[in-house]
Design a protein around this ligand. Structure first.
Ligand code: APR
Ligand code: ZN
Ligand code: ZN
Length: 369
């Protein structure tokens, strides 16, 4: 199969659009024709060269949605024509992690996925005979991609694929962190640091969890309006204060919030988020991905006195069993997605999409094929 794809040749280089060869799906694999894909910070992180796991040349992209066009031997859970979302966190249902009931971090194909390969240790992509690596097991910056069956969520075909692709990463990550990881209870107070696609989705999750007060924190005042539309009760700009923002939040909330979330990827705001929590029970969830080699710190007394620090990947969501439910919630109006698509571009303009993201001009650009 020939496929148009954006290839990342080397760290820091712009992507180029090429016609690659995509091999047919092998046993247990599925070929998907992508309809749309978001562009996310993790793609930029790997492209920058900062990702120790980054391998070039590769096809980036992990926030996609598409239609099954071919299935390999033994595939039973999806069929040609099904609408699907690729999962960078798969769900095999059989590994120790899947069976634990405590995590969504399925490890069934982790080793090969991290090496840019399919579970059999080879790539399905090539250009003039040269193998091109996969990325996050998804490679959604290609019109056609091949995925293991365990890395595909089958969704309601009524959902617009050029919108629900965003449920493949950012939006689900934010909502899931609130509902699955922190398990915010009705009446809770919540603070969210960073109001990009992920942090704004934390607000959505907090609304779904019936939080009584939602403090939205960002250094960009332009973020206030949409945050409030989504249900934030307070907007706080740390630049308006000349003291640590955690002090301000503790004061505003009679001792601190019940739950805080960090959706920036900055180790200083991770500390501020923890220290914004109420003594005795406040819990802080790290969602943002910090730069390679960075470390978090706080005084241990913060934890001794009852605050909890935790983290969340893909919102703790088990993709095959839970993501279809997120799509249903989108369809019945409980989850907003359309408003997060602030730009749509063809694949040919993917480098511009990266530039807009770096400039903070967009919540999300959706690339359509
Ligand atoms: N204090 C408060 N807000 C900040 C700060 C700061 N020190 N630094 C940046 N911000 C705000 C930005 O103004 C922006 O609105 O954080 C927001 C980050 O949003 P995006 O860059 O759009 O990021 P998003 O896509 O939401 O992802 C956030 O989650 O999944 C991870 O890798 C992802 O680390 C990234 C994070
Ligand atoms: Zn992502
Ligand atoms: Zn598993």
């Amino acid at each position: 199969m020939k496929s148009r794809a954006a290839i990342a040749w080397a760290a820091g280089q712009p992507l180029t659009i090429e016609e690659v060869d995509v091999q047919a799906p092998q046993a247990g694999e599925v070929m998907v024709k992508l309809v749309a894909t978001g562009v996310c910070h993790t793609d930029a992180f790997t492209l920058s060269g900062a990702d120790p796991e980054g391998i070039f040349p590769c096809i980036l992209g992990h926030e996609g949605a598409g239609i099954v066009v071919e299935v390999g031997e033994g595939v039973t859970s999806v069929a040609v024509g099904d609408h699907v979302i690729p999962l960078y966190t798969p769900e095999c249902g059989e590994c120790k992690f899947c069976k634990s009931g405590k995590t969504n971090l399925c490890q069934a194909i982790r080793a090969t996925q991290g090496k840019g390969l399919m579970p059999d240790g080879t790539s399905r992509f090539s250009l003039n005979g040269q193998p091109i690596y996969h990325f996050m097991g998804t490679s959604t910056f290609s019109e056609y991609t091949v995925l293991p069956e365990i890395a595909i969520a089958k969704i309601n075909p009524a959902a617009a694929l050029d919108k629900v692709c965003l449920l493949g990463c950012g939006i689900t990550t934010g909502i899931g962190a609130v509902l699955n990881t922190a398990k915010v209870e009705p009446g809770s107070t919540v603070a969210v640091f960073g109001l990009g696609g992920v942090g704004l989705s934390v607000i959505q999750g907090a609304v779904l969890a019936k939080a009584s007060r939602i403090l939205a924190i960002d250094i960009n005042p332009d973020k206030a309006e949409f945050a409030k539309q989504l249900g934030a009760t307070d907007f706080i700009n740390p630049k308006d204060y000349d003291r640590p923002i955690q002090e301000v939040i503790v004061e505003l909330t009679d001792g601190g919030v019940d739950y805080s979330f960090e959706a920036i990827g900055n180790v200083n705001t991770m500390r501020a988020a923890l220290e914004s929590c109420h003594k005795g029970w406040g819990e802080s969830t790290i969602i943002g991905v910090a730069g390679a080699g960075q470390e978090i710190s706080t005084r241990p007394f913060q934890l001794v006195t009852g605050r909890v620090w935790r983290g969340s990947a893909f919102g703790g969501v088990k993709g095959r069993s839970q993501l279809p439910g997120y799509v249903e919630q989108y369809l019945n109006g409980q989850i907003k997605v359309d408003e997060f698509v602030t730009e749509t571009r063809p694949l040919e303009e993917i480098n511009e999409a990266f530039e807009d993201m770096h400039a903070g001009k967009v919540i999300r650009t959706v690339i359509t094929f």
